[in-house]
Each structure stands twice: as C-alpha cells, then as structure tokens.
Design a protein around this ligand. Structure first.
Ligand code: SF4
Ligand code: SF4
Ligand code: SF4
Length: 175
C-alpha cells in the first residue's frame, strides 16, 4: 500500500465537485477522464427528509495493483519510496488492459492522447511538500491527505477534542 492515505469526511462534503475540477485543471485533462470522482448515493428517506451522500474515490494505490500486473508495456509504475502507482505516458500503448483490470474504475481513458490516465496523488506536488490538488481546493476541507502512520493520532486528537468539547459544554450549562 502507499505510505499515504486520502480520506473524505462525507458528513462535511457538500458535493460541489471542486475536487474534480481542480484535479482536471492540475492535470490538464479535458472532458472525459476523471482521476478522482465524487459519486452521489441517494436520495434516501431519512426521517421524512431526502438525503444524499457523496463518496469520494481516487485511486487506492493498491499493495498489489491489478493495473500494474496486466500492463503489457511496463507503463504502470509503483514507486519504491512511497508506493504511489502511476502511468509513464511515453510507455503506454493504449491497450486499455488497466482500465479493464482495475476493480474500482480508477484507470481512465483520455480520448485526446489515446492513452490511459490515473490518479498519482499529484506526485509532483507531493514531492514538493504540497498536498494533492483535490485536497488543497476542497471547499469544506473535508479531504485529508497525509502519511498513514500519522492517521491514528490525527483521529484520536479529533475524537479527544469532541469528547472534551462535550464535557466543557456540560460543565458550563450545569446548575
Ligand atoms: S488503478 Fe485500480 S488497481 Fe491500480 S492501484 Fe489504483 S485502485 Fe489499484
Ligand atoms: S492502456 Fe497503457 S497503461 Fe494501461 S495497460 Fe495498456 S499500456 Fe499499460
Ligand atoms: S471539493 Fe470537497 S466538499 Fe466539494 S465535492 Fe469535493 S470533497 Fe466534497
């Protein structure tokens, strides 16, 4: 698995699709391929009100990527340093095997270049100490990117804050 995680707090996602727009802009992609995708689920009836949820899906940078295994030309690479899976465009022969093989629909077809494209966590930005374009431009900051070893502490801190806020509010409202 990649050493990074990219998580969405779906409670805070408003479905604005700024993540998709900025991903495309950063990669210079036109109509068609979406390297990250926010998919609607719903509407469902929740206590008499229609509710939808948005589920954010980039590439999962699998430990043993299906796309990597089926590529006949060696165009799909997995970085030894951090596990990011990416496509080397010059080596892609446009066979679409990776698109067929990825169970998550992450490999996409670019009709302009006639080659496959996929999310690479914006590796150039990551190498420069920045976060992926989708994360940086998320309007509600509901996307979180970082090193997986730090995720449990991040989650614990967040949970601790909620517990403390609840305790403080109970103290200040008690007679
Ligand atoms: S494109 Fe699909 S198979 Fe390849 S690393 Fe991403 S999620 Fe895994
Ligand atoms: S479309 Fe390109 S990247 Fe995908 S399997 Fe074929 S050669 Fe490899
Ligand atoms: S930019 Fe953020 S809030 Fe907007 S759709 Fe994407 S994940 Fe949701």
């Amino acid at each position: 698995m990649s050493k990074y995680y990219l998580l969405q707090d779906s409670e805070r996602c408003i479905g604005c699709l700024a993540c998709e727009v900025h991903c495309k802009t950063n990669k210079g992609l036109g109509v068609g391929p979406a390297l990250c995708k926010n998919t609607w689920v719903g509407p469902v009836d929740v206590k008499g009100l229609p509710r939808v949820r948005f589920v954010f899906m980039p590439c999962f940078h699998c430990e043993e990527p299906w796309c990597f295994k089926v590529c006949p030309s060696g165009a799909i690479k997995k970085r030894a340093s951090d596990g990011i899976v990416y496509i080397e465009p010059a080596l892609c022969i446009g066979c679409k095997s990776c698109i067929t093989a990825c169970p998550w629909g992450s490999c996409q077809w670019d009709p302009v270049t006639q080659k496959a494209v996929k999310c690479d966590y914006c590796k150039d930005r990551v190498d420069a100490g920045l976060k992926p374009a989708c994360v940086t431009k998320c309007l509600t900051q509901c996307l979180e990117f970082g090193e997986a070893v730090k995720l449990p502490d991040y989650r614990r801190d967040r949970f601790a804050k909620l517990v403390a806020e609840h305790a403080f509010s109970t103290e200040t409202t008690s007679p």
